[in-house]
Ligand binder design. Sequence first.
Ligand SMILES: NC(=O)c1ccc[n+]([C@@H]2O[C@H](COP(=O)([O-])OP(=O)(O)OC[C@H]3O[C@@H](n4cnc5c(N)ncnc54)[C@H](OP(=O)(O)O)[C@@H]3O)[C@@H](O)[C@H]2O)c1
Length: 313
Amino acid sequence: MEYRRLGRTDLRVSLASLGTGGPSKMGQNRGATVDDARRLVRRALDHGINFFDTAASYGDSEILLGHGLAGLSRDDFIVATKYSPLADKELKSPEGVQASIDSSLERLGLDYIDVIQVHGLMPDRYDAIIEQHLPVLLEAQRAGKVGFLGVTEQAHDDVHHETFKRMAADGHFDAFMVGYNLLHQTAEQDVLDAAEAADIGLIVMIAVRRALGNPARLREVIAELKAEGHLAADALPDDDPLGWLVHGDVESVPEAAYRFVLEPSAISTVLTGTANPDHLDANVAAMARGPLPPEDRARLEETFGGLALGLGN
Ligand SMILES: NC(=O)c1ccc[n+]([C@@H]2O[C@H](COP(=O)([O-])OP(=O)(O)OC[C@H]3O[C@@H](n4cnc5c(N)ncnc54)[C@H](OP(=O)(O)O)[C@@H]3O)[C@@H](O)[C@H]2O)c1
């Protein structure tokens, strides 16, 4: 496993990391048991994964992750969780933020969260968060409940990463979770260089998601892009539109998708949101094989690099 620095947190995070949200949520929607979740987390650790992402709003994921990590030395893993900045569409009270952090600690069974993230922050709420929530986050940091502060974006609605631009400018946050995949490449212009300059660690989400993990969904997405004039009719085949990525040591489209996003040096870690142990094995092995062949990356940039649609679902 390759390890990279998570920006100025100086944490060494595994390049492949485990996400406990997204469509799979540790298998919660398909009847996974606590034992299944524990086995998934242990398998991730066996692969050298040391970074785990969860959130207060991912159903029981914090609890399941806590079971998986129970009994381990605290130095063997890094946990990032999130609080939801809104309650009933209004900004959460400072007390509500504090309560969410305390609840996450309890559900995870930990006395310390490595990175607390503002979940899905839209740019129009940024100032209010700095004014009303940041003092609570700093107090939690002083109290030793959290190590570092992060923000995650809403990839579909903030396609040019305006929230990131705000946070990179003021220096309050240490890490950013960015929506980046081969269909949604705007981070390459809007985020990567600025993150390196500000020494902000970048955590990739939605590298595969539905569009790149499910062949029927991919056909639909490509057909829509053609119908709406975003892609020329002959840009890609209608059937198996990204099948040309599967050659040499690239065994599948999801593999190509994970290998696409790990290439830039600004990327610290790539979340895989799988609940399937075989997919976990395959995804870790895929990322260990490194970036895509340059000519394939170039074709992906030529084909999708001009789109700013927040694709992934
Ligand atoms: N705004 C936010 O804060 C935000 C938003 C989205 C995500 N996140 C975080 O980012 C993490 C990653 O995003 P994501 O969950 O969308 O992850 P992802 O890794 O991009 O996609 C996960 C989906 O791909 C499938 N998949 C994974 N490997 C596969 C393979 N080898 N072959 C076929 N299908 C495969 C998974 O199904 P299986 O379970 O069947 O493998 C799952 O449906 C989340 O878990 C969450 O922690 C945060």
